[in-house]
Design a protein around this ligand. Structure first.
Ligand code: ATP
Ligand code: MN
Length: 435
């Protein structure tokens, strides 16, 4: 590597003060147009592309090397920046020094600038090339801002970041959706949710915690919304109820959208997405209202049934943007959702929705030990296997509430992607374990 590479700037966003000066740029040779005496090379880096204009008569050797490279080779160039109305971006660089850092092999597993649509499977197989395409990279730059916005909200509201174990002995909900792992001479599992651990932390006095980490679910689903490994954004908060944590959630999503608008206007334009800062508070519908809406639109739902896709599609028609569904039947929410004291058939569980898609589930939790044991039994679970968790409820557990928000589903909604796999770098699904 040449010493001058240290002076590298992004060719994709060279500013006017560099006009007439020497600059160092480096990146991928995206396209070469050789007209004989003059050649135009599109050099791409993280921020976009810049035109290199090479003249044969200036430097025959450099001209030859640059024009005979395979597409997507990596080069560094030092040259004069000058305005050129004809060049894309209004400027060009006249290369004086060239360093070929790594020549690419041909043919490429997939094209970077070809206009023809490529199947998602092909893109995911060649993900390192797919992510050179601005549309693919934009999703992850937006994802980064979404997470930054949410994290900033947590920090401004006094949340402490924690990390709970991902190798665990018991299922969070006794479900079957667990990946087993061999843990020395015992059987263990990959955790499907930090639920039990974040609740235990409410017995410590931490008061407000958040975790952003992986969750593993051995679900057999093959849908555009399900991954077998996803990133879960979780909070737990003491001395509050479900409304308290719904407020945190609304503010987090508002903060995320603001960040994206501030930091990623270019990426939003690349994806042709218009975003608006959502207004607070989000709309709230009770589960009972949702059942009525669905039935009034010809989707048969009995009170107590889960809301399937046809029902949530009908409900989505009555909503705009994000909305909450509250007061779910206790029977279809997990054991840790707190029943309403005056009407135990309904719980303090809620979901946050966008259109027909669920992106968050949360609740005020059961904090009373004996009620929790009863709720486990009601769900057919064995309290003994939850002993490590139940202990935390015996020696001073405050009332608390929390939620889990799927990072990929959030990004999917904000970037208007159709498949959640587009919002994770290397998706894990029923068929895909590599790359
Ligand atoms: P769904 O009913 O859509 O399968 P869920 O109710 O099983 O989701 P929760 O256990 O409530 O999911 O998890 C909380 C959040 O985590 C969900 O609202 C969603 O955003 C995200 N999530 C859950 N499972 C998955 C998955 N398999 N792939 C991607 N995100 C998921
Ligand atoms: Mn849920």
């Amino acid at each position: 590597m040449q010493d001058w590479l240290k002076e590298r700037v992004y060719g994709g966003n060279i500013t006017a003060e560099l006009h007439g000066k020497e600059a160092v740029v480096a990146g991928w040779v995206q396209d070469i147009r050789n007209l004989g005496g003059i050649a135009f090379i599109q050099l791409r880096d993280r921020e976009g592309t810049v035109q290199l204009t090479a003249l044969k008569k200036e430097n025959r050797e450099l001209f030859k090397t640059l024009t005979t490279l395979n597409r997507e080779s990596v080069v560094a160039v030092k040259g004069l920046v000058q305005p050129n109305k004809e060049a894309p971006g209004g400027l060009e660089i006249l290369p004086r020094t060239l360093d070929v850092l790594n020549a690419a092999a041909a043919p490429l597993p997939m094209g970077v600038i070809d206009k023809v649509g490529v199947e998602l499977d092909t893109r995911l197989n060649a993900r390192f090339i797919d992510l050179r395409r601005p549309e693919s990279a934009a999703v992850f730059r937006i994802r980064s801002s979404v997470l930054r916005g949410i994290r900033a909200q947590f920090e401004s509201e006094g949340f402490i970041e924690v990390h709970t174990p991902k190798i665990v002995a018991t299922a969070t909900e006794g479900g079957t959706a667990l990946f087993p792992v061999q843990y020395f001479e015992r059987k263990a599992f990959l955790n499907q949710s930090p639920q039990l651990f974040k609740q235990m932390l409410m017995a410590t006095g931490f008061d407000r915690i958040y975790e952003i980490g992986p969750a593993f679910r051995a679900e057999l689903h093959d849908t555009v919304r399900h991954l077998n490994e996803f990133t879960s954004i979780d909070i737990e908060m003491a001395f509050t109820d479900e409304e308290g944590v719904m407020g945190v959630l609304e503010r987090c999503l508002q903060s995320a959208v603001k960040r994206v608008l501030e930091e990623r206007p270019k990426e939003l334009a690349t994806l042709n997405v218009q975003l608006e800062v959502p207004k607070l508070p989000f709309q709230r519908l009770t589960y009972t209202q949702c059942v009525e809406i669905a039935n009034s639109k010809g989707v048969k739902v009995e009170w107590g049934d889960d809301l399937e896709m046809d029902a949530t599609k009908a409900i989505a028609g009555e909503t705009q943007g994000f909305y909450f569904i509250t007061r779910w039947p206790t029977a279809i929410k997990p054991f840790y959702a707190h029943p309403f004291e005056d009407n135990p058939k309904e719980s303090r569980g809620f979901d946050l929705m966008f259109g027909e898609k669920e992106i968050t589930s949360g609740a005020q939790r059961v904090h009373e030990h004996d009620l929790l044991v009863q709720r486990l039994k009601d769900k057919g679970l064995d309290p003994e296997s939850f002993d490590f968790y139940l202990q935390a409820f015996r020696y001073g557990m405050p009332p608390h509430a929390g939620w889990g928000l799927g990072a990929e589903r959030t990004v999917m909604i904000l970037t208007r992607r159709e498949n959640v796999r587009e919002c994770v770098l290397f998706p894990r699904d029923r068929r895909r374990l590599s790359p």
